[in-house]
Design a protein around this ligand. Structure first.
Ligand code: PBG
Ligand code: ZN
Length: 321
């Protein structure tokens, strides 16, 4: 008796019927950069195809997200004025708060996720406040809680803290609840590595640290069990969903986190991953559509319920085609 597993692979229809992983537009989240100003749509040179929008020009791209029926959008604010404590991050009329209001006014049904961090808003570019040359964890989570509350008050459905301070999820949950914002969800960047693949993002958001690096608060790429520990802590603190970031280089961590927690798990396919594919595709070195679909399938296979990707709109189109 010869066992022939390939029988299942004879036709495309059967391959589709028996496949173990399926993609759907609803699992994709599209990150959008919003800068201050009027009537602005500007290119981001390090991320071909991605743009910075002023709040008034947002509706066109949001309409594409609605039509593509993706899961949601993730907003990053780029303020005009940065200061030591990143005060524009929690200003009621800050750029991200304006963007959230525009989105909720034009497309109430579109799920809006606000990125909660300080690095786009601080003059030094770190993800928290600095005391004696170091990021002060506890002072930072107080400000981050204010950021989360201000985004939720503007209408964000979900807040996504990406700062990697210890205890941020518990502090944000408490702050939201005490303001009566009990239905705002927390999608924690629980497992975020100190990664070189964020390079293009830092150009897009003008958020490179002015001194030092983020290795005292972001994770060491050599560690995976630490990632599971971080995810479990955030779930215990009240995270409704947790994220592993970057995507493709960290599939082992994603898989381990998926097994360890009982909340939905996201994979963030970051700016460097996007730009690498764009660069290679522009040279004709690989097929963009096939490479992007494969990368998404691999993240889903490793356990991603949600995939945050700059290719979200393209992916939705390719799947539905
Ligand atoms: C801010 C933040 C970063 C990213 C998401 N939120 C940059 C960083 O930590 O330096 C990276 C996203 C990307 O590279 O696509 N804390
Ligand atoms: Zn940050």
């Amino acid at each position: 008796m010869i066992i022939r597993p390939r029988r299942l692979r004879l036709t495309q229809a059967i391959r589709d019927m028996v496949c173990e992983t399926r993609l759907s537009p609803s699992m994709f989240v599209y990150p959008v950069f919003i800068r201050e100003g009027h009537n602005i749509i500007e290119d981001i040179p390090a991320m071909p195809g991605q743009k910075r929008y002023s709040p008034d020009t947002l509706p066109a791209i949001l309409e594409r997200a609605v039509k593509a029926e993706i899961g949601g959008v993730l907003f990053f604010g780029i303020p005009e004025h940065k200061d030591e404590c990143g005060s524009q991050a929690y200003a009621d009329d800050g750029v991200i708060q304006q963007a959230i209001r525009v989105s909720k006014r034009e497309f109430p049904e579109l799920t809006v996720i606000g990125d909660v961090c300080m690095c786009e808003y601080t003059s030094h570019g770190h993800c928290g406040v600095i005391r004696d040359g170091c990021v002060d964890n506890d002072a930072s989570i107080e400000l981050l809680s204010r950021v989360a509350v201000s985004q939720a008050q503007a209408g964000a459905d979900i807040v996504a803290p990406s700062d990697m301070m210890d205890g941020h999820t518990a502090a944000i949950r408490e702050a939201l609840d005490s303001e009566g914002l009990i239905n705002t969800l927390i999608f924690s960047y629980a497992v975020k590595y100190a990664s070189a693949f964020y390079g293009p993002f830092r150009e897009a958001a003008g958020s490179a640290p002015a001194f030092g690096d983020r290795k005292t608060y972001q994770m060491d790429p050599r560690n995976s069990r630490e990632g599971v520990r971080e995810a479990l802590l955030d779930v215990q603190e009240g995270a409704d969903m947790v994220m592993v970031k970057p995507g493709l280089p960290y599939l082992d961590v994603l898989s381990a986190v998926k097994k360890a927690v009982n909340v939905p798990v996201g994979s963030y396919c970051v700016s460097g991953e996007y730009s690498m594919i764009k660069a290679a595709a522009s040279q004709g070195w690989l097929n963009e559509k096939n490479a992007v679909l494969e990368a998404a399938v691999c993240q889903a296979r490793a356990g991603a319920d949600i995939i945050i990707t700059y290719h979200a709109l393209d992916l939705a189109g390719w799947i539905n085609a």
